[in-house]
Design a protein. Structure first.
Length: 94
């Protein structure tokens, strides 16, 4: 998948990452930083599916260094998150 992100000839210009709180937050942050480094387009933000209790600061934007859209009601909020970020590509890290 990383080779797809590096491809200069792809049509993907905007990327968002989907995460959850299941994994250790620093591991998730490291994975996001790899995506940001490898993707040739714009990394737009993060869609957080839940499990936010492992991040004690509750300031997700500061922790991840990107805008974070937190999903509270999946059926309603997920579509809103996609409309907000308008990604061409969604990378699932959850």
């Amino acid at each position: 998948m990383l080779s797809l992100l590096k491809n200069q000839n792809n049509n993907f210009k905007r990327l968002v990452a989907i995460i959850d709180g299941e994994h250790y937050p620093q591991v998730t942050l490291d994975a996001i930083n790899i995506l940001k480094k490898e993707f040739t387009g714009k990394f737009c933000g993060i869609i957080f599916l839940g499990g936010t209790e492992k991040i004690s600061s509750n300031n997700f934007n500061d922790f991840f260094g990107n805008e974070v859209f937190i999903i509270k009601d999946f059926l309603k909020d997920f579509v809103s998150a996609l409309e907000y970020f308008k990604p061409d590509l969604v990378y699932d890290l959850s």
